[in-house]
Ligand binder design. Sequence first.
Ligand SMILES: [Mn+2]
Length: 369
Amino acid sequence: MCMAQAGDRDVARGRGSAGPVPPYAARAAGADDPGADAPGYSGLATFAGLPWMPGIDDLRARRPDVAVVGAPFDIATTHRPGARFGPRALRAQAYNPGTYHLDLGIEIFDWLDVVDAGDAHCPHGLTEASHRNIRAKVGDVARLGVIPVIIGGDHSITWPAASGVAEAVGWGEVGLLHFDAHADTADIIDGNLASHGTPMRRLIESGAVRGRNFVQVGLRGYWPPPDVFAWMREQGMRWHLMHEIWERGSREVVAEAIAQAVDGCRALYLSVDIDVLDPGFAPGTGTPEPGGMNPADLLRAVRQIALDTPIVAADIVEVSPPYDHAETTVNSAHRVAMEIFAALAHRRRSAAGGTADLPAGLPEMKAGS
Ligand SMILES: [Mn+2]
């Protein structure tokens, strides 16, 4: 990226002074915007350089469209730990790519107000207390009518996070679209009801999420066993194995999954376990399973979901930075959030009668396409 300043040119041509140059800005920076006018590797590490707003009173006063909430918790993982470092890595190590979405032709933050609401406090070793705090913080955000985008953390955090959302928008009225290599619907693992392999069962058992609007995409490998799938079938759950994506293609399968998830449902929670990606793309995760999706398909799926569904919340989990290489996992997880932001911004613009400002030669992307 070459973003030389006009002032630099003047200096290079021997005109003007060699005094300090203003930081480049991809967008107009507000006074409360610690990272917007600085490169991603400097200044305060908020998510995408967005305003830092950890207090509920500040959120209530501002009422942003979206608030990023960290859930740095990883003691429910069955294999490799490290997802507690996911929120920090997504804030500090993801490369901030700019703010203009090329395919949608939109300057994202001109249309969508997004803040970083900080982390739910997750005291070490205390699953119940951590989950209670996650549920409370996410619920507080959702009750304001703000869309929480939760960055984990292991997948156990979806239990409290989606419960908090269901409490806010309607218990049992939330559908869940779930991208993952694993179904995470076990009853109990090693005596743990709150394992990262059990949250989806807890959500259906409690009635927080409807079984018939619970749709999974990308399952593969060697788990869970048939009795778990039998339970899932009894709940009316639907799932699309990675094999089906391989056979039919991602676009068609995702369109069907969206239709199933929103059928008769007025609110949707999107949960993305980064291990839905092939470990070649996303090595930094707790339970890597070969044979997964590629980032292009996942990012387009997420964009389509945020364009086409009544999305009220999303989470991105299982990013384990100690196992990452070259920040590939961190960057893919970060872009999942960026696709959600861009699609929601596009909806705002469409509702206001605005049109896309597209790079030449690209057709405008529509909802439902
Ligand atoms: Mn998984």
